[in-house]
Design a binder for this molecule. Structure first.
Ligand code: ATP
Ligand code: SF4
Ligand code: MG
Length: 355
């Protein structure tokens, strides 16, 4: 892997923990939104993210999947510190965020950048592309000339020649070009982590493929770590090293992308995968696709939250929440049916998997 040297006039966060230290460790992240109009008009809480823990290794891509409303974007916003977590800890390259001896919130905010789906809404229509990309560096105190150099370099890296594009306005660009500007703007902050929330979903398939390839190249060139949120499971399979499956604010399965896609262990993951269109008959699945909608995150089912839609549900599933347990070399699953010693009739008797 070649990591291009950082700009001399722009400081970059050093690699502190070494290659084996995860870039991000997230522990027990929780966000409940208070809303009016629950049962009998009383206030209620939406359990959007309800105790989520995961690691993201350095220079890898973690795909995040799950049906609409399962908490993917809320997780992303919590990681970006756009909203405040009720509970939980975020550790960036070994340093707890915003703790007295850890990485400061200001440095963390620069190190973690995000690209959203709506490329037009996130660009100021009156700012030229060079000013758009230079805006972040300028706001952190980089002098104008250096910020412009950086903006031009970033535009070039995302395939928009600055000689042609630097003074253009957003409305003069195609959707794919606008999304390249959003990527350049995020990269201009010299981040170590890029969160992509449905960032390519609105693009035509051929343009989407070009932007995905660009993202793969930038990841290698700049040594970036990605969190990639998408509804398109085929795209997630293509771009991710690991994948995390969420259901109603919880992680139900996480692991190496090949292991999870080829040997999913959680009934929800299996249902989700069989719901995706496949052109290859050998990849067609025998499991029934998911039916119905997830229950309300205001009043989730007891025990396993998937039990109301799971054909393997038993009494234990209503009584106890299945812990996220290690079942493979790099695969963790929260399901009683595959956890030894859980009491589920399909699980082997035993000591229980490691948690
Ligand atoms: N600001 C908010 N106030 C109240 N509820 C919210 C708020 N933001 C999100 N929610 C709720 O939290 C839950 C998780 O939402 P989130 O946007 O994280 O889901 P998602 O997985 O990103 O869905 P999608 O795939 O549709 O983008 C949903 O039930 C949503 O309605
Ligand atoms: S814990 Fe029970 S209900 Fe939940 S997925 Fe496993 S078998 Fe189904
Ligand atoms: Mg979302």
């Amino acid at each position: 892997m070649t990591i291009l040297s950082p700009q001399s006039d722009y400081d970059t966060a050093p690699d502190r923990g070494g290659p084996r230290q995860p870039m991000l460790i997230v522990q027990g992240l929780r966000k409940h939104f208070g809303i009016g109009g629950g049962f009998n008009g009383k206030a209620a809480v939406v359990r959007a993210v309800d105790g989520v823990s995961f690691d993201v290794p350095k220079n890898k891509t973690l795909g995040i999947v799950g049906e609409s409303g399962c908490g993917k974007s809320t997780t992303a916003k919590l990681l970006m510190q756009l909203i405040r977590a009720d509970e939980g800890e975020i550790i960036l390259d070994g340093d707890p965020v915003a703790m007295s001896r850890g990485v400061s919130l200001r440095d963390y905010r620069r190190s973690v950048q995000m690209v959203f789906q709506d490329s037009y809404a996130s660009l100021n229509p009156r700012l030229s592309l060079q000013d758009t990309v230079a805006f972040g560096p300028r706001a952190t105190g980089i002098p104008q000339a250096a910020a412009m150099r950086r903006a031009h370099d970033m535009l070039r890296r995302v395939g928009l020649a600055p000689e042609v594009f630097a003074s253009r306005l957003p409305h003069e660009l195609s959707g794919g070009q606008r999304q390249r500007v959003n990527i350049a703007r995020a990269l201009a902050m010299n981040p170590r982590v890029l969160i992509l929330d449905e960032a390519v979903s609105a693009l035509d398939k051929s343009v989407e493929a070009q932007v995905l390839n660009l993202l793969q190249d930038l990841k290698q060139e700049l040594g970036l770590t990605y969190l990639f949120i998408s509804h398109d499971l085929n795209v997630v399979r293509y771009i991710s090293d690991r994948v995390m499956v969420m259901y109603l604010g919880k992680v139900v399965e996480i692991g190496d992308v090949k292991d999870v896609f080829d040997h999913a262990l959680h009934p929800y993951t299996r249902g989700l995968l069989s719901s995706r269109p496949s052109m290859n008959p050998r990849q067609r699945r025998t499991e029934p696709p998911l039916s119905g909608d997830p229950p309300s995150p205001i009043d989730p089912p007891s025990g396993c939250r998937f039990r109301t839609r799971c054909s393997f549900a038993e009494t234990v599933c209503a009584e106890r929440e299945p812990p996220l347990a290690s079942l493979g070399l790099d695969q963790q699953v929260a399901c009683h049916a595959v956890t030894p010693g859980s009491g589920h009739t399909q699980a082997s008797a035993g000591e229980g998997a490691s948690q």
